[in-house]
Design a protein around this ligand. Sequence first.
Ligand code: DI6
Ligand code: FE
Length: 404
Amino acid sequence: MHFDRLWRGGRLATLSPDREGLGLIDDGAIGCLHGKISWVGRSSDLPAGASADEVIDLQGRLVTPGLIDCHTHLVFAGDRADEFEMRLRGETYETIAQAGGGILSTVRNTRVATQDQLTSGALDRLDRLMAEGVTTLEVKSGYGLTLDDELKMLRAARGLERERAVSVVTSLLAAHTVPPEYRDSRSAYVERICDDIIPAAAAEGLADAVDAFCETSAFTPAEVRRVFETARAHGLPLRLHADQRTAGGGAALAAEFGALSADHLERTDAAGARAMAAAGTVAVLLPGAYYALRDKDLPPVGLFREAGVNMAVATDCNPGSSPLTSILMAMNLAVILFDLTVDEALAGVTREAARALGRFDRIGSLEVGKACDLAVWDATRPVELVYWMGRNPLHSRVFQGVPA
Ligand code: DI6
Ligand code: FE
């Protein structure tokens, strides 16, 4: 047996669903061939005569799958620090949005930015995520809200793969909010999305999924339904911002359409949780937004556990509700604020995040046949990734078999 690279002598958190808990293997080894894991197990069980072009001694370090941030709005222009101060003085996310700020203020900045400017802004944030072991991330559009500007955002997101050793999964979020030019003709904007924007993004292969913001301040369930039906007709998987600020039956709607994920879920009820479990829709928990908006209603983690809903954790990195560029901090917030266990938090940024992206066949665990995306930590126990606030124990990162 021959490998391009062989890592040995590490503590592996494989996240394999066939093993208990995090699927820990002490004194573990990972063999890689052509960018994929071709062997994993105890170092002492390596086949006699196994050879490798390069052997790396892990010196007992913890190795996890490369981390996956499965919900970000990484591409945008400008910031909303001024609105942050307004909220600190007592204004709410909603009153700021009604006055033309909020998402629309980022839309104004994003529309006048070039694709290159969007890319370079996103790279600054991407580098921070990668420095914490992220090897795959999802990036949404949603700050363009015209055909050209939505495609510009998706191209900027795709372009990140050319600039860095990372995988990007894109979501078209044209249904993020109604743009000002359609304020008095919402249905015409929904038609634009369905007749122009989704078909164009699909034709160019720019969208890996379609997302929508189901919210009283954004789109109604009926409007989301139209968007979802169109997306489905184009063969695109679905995800939904659901029940974040108001309970709108978003979780059940996502489940009804067999969405890959429903995200936020602070106001989801037991029926929504059961529907998600039955549909296999992953709950993506976003504690950064909960924290930064000083929300009081917790997502029903107990109901998700009871119903058997898989739970992912992500940054929701965006300039408004979650200016969070740390996946490790998202894990810490998830255990402190949402009561996740350490194992759930780590599974939430690996195995479950891969499921939320529909990619668990390729990434998210250390198993033969999967991409050799690794995060090597200056740590031996998984809890050390969750425990620190602002300390990054990453030792090194491997993307598709190559240290990067
Ligand atoms: N929910 C969120 O938390 C973000 N988008 C969404 O649909 C907020 C985006 C923003 O405020 O810019
Ligand atoms: Fe979001």
